[in-house]
Design a protein. Structure first.
Length: 259
């Protein structure tokens, strides 16, 4: 079949379909009401971040992998109850849980031998808190972005005619390409001819969808996400630039990102 030119005038095109999305509906789905399977899925999603955080705390002790696995399994079983995730962000709950379980590991090490005790005595707790917290934030931010990319790719695969993931990947691979060049790359990737103006429109809508998915991913880690809470978390994690272009004046009232 011959490729056809993609026109923004076609009423059946995907970019004419308005995707209903609002942060406010997510506020009615707090993490504690998602059920054990959903919570376990989130833990598994962030297992690499958990493992790397354990490594930062233990300063890459030989037991890092064993401790990280124990942390993950006990969290999934719900054994760790002293950090109440209903009182704050999921990443803060995990950070406290991991720290306490690492302390338990250290206590066991101290009881086993004087050598372990001497090693631990040389650890500066304040330095650990600073360095490991920075590492935790970096890991969490990276995982949020990776999960958002995966969600965008799934959205494209399940939505006929969608090229959001493809065009954002192309923009990442060719950051200096102008609109005409990016449209050429998109035409090659999709087997359809894209004009520069239609490509620009797709790129902006792809960025909007990415921002929506990022906010949805982040909101899932908050107990009862509000626009203010999400905005604060975006700033804390250095992710605000992805969302800022789509914050309308009524963002705090509507909780909706728009072009």
């Amino acid at each position: 079949m011959n490729p056809t030119a993609a026109s923004s005038d076609d009423p059946h095109r995907l970019d004419q379909v308005v995707t209903q999305w609002s942060l406010l509906r997510l506020a009615h789905q707090p993490i504690d009401q998602q059920g054990p399977q959903a919570r376990q899925a989130m833990l598994l999603k962030y297992r690499d971040a958990i493992r790397n955080y354990v490594a930062a705390l233990l300063q890459h002790e030989p037991d890092t992998d064993d401790v990280a696995q124990d942390v993950l399994m006990r969290l999934m079983r719900g054994d760790f109850a002293s950090a109440d995730r209903s009182k704050g962000r999921f990443r803060d709950f995990l950070k406290v849980a991991v720290k306490n379980m690492v302390r338990t590991h250290w206590d066991k090490q101290q009881r086993r031998s004087a050598v372990s005790f001497e090693v631990l005595e040389g650890v500066d707790p304040e330095a650990l808190n600073t360095d490991s917290d920075i590492a935790w934030t970096d890991e969490w931010r990276g995982q949020l972005i990776e999960s958002t990319w995966q969600s965008l790719e799934s959205f494209e695969q399940s939505t006929p005619g969608c090229c959001y993931f493809t065009i954002l990947q192309l923009r990442t691979a060719h950051p200096d390409a102008d609109s005409a060049q990016l449209a050429e790359h998109l035409s090659e990737a999709t087997g359809k001819i894209w004009r520069a103006d239609a490509g620009r429109q797709q790129l902006r809508r792809a960025r909007l969808r990415f921002a929506q998915l990022l906010v949805e991913e982040l909101a899932g880690s908050l107990q009862q996400p509000t626009p203010d809470d999400v905005e604060e978390e975006l700033v804390a994690l250095g992710l605000m630039d992805f969302v800022r272009p789509f914050l309308p004046p009524d963002w705090r009232e509507s909780g909706e990102l728009r072009e």
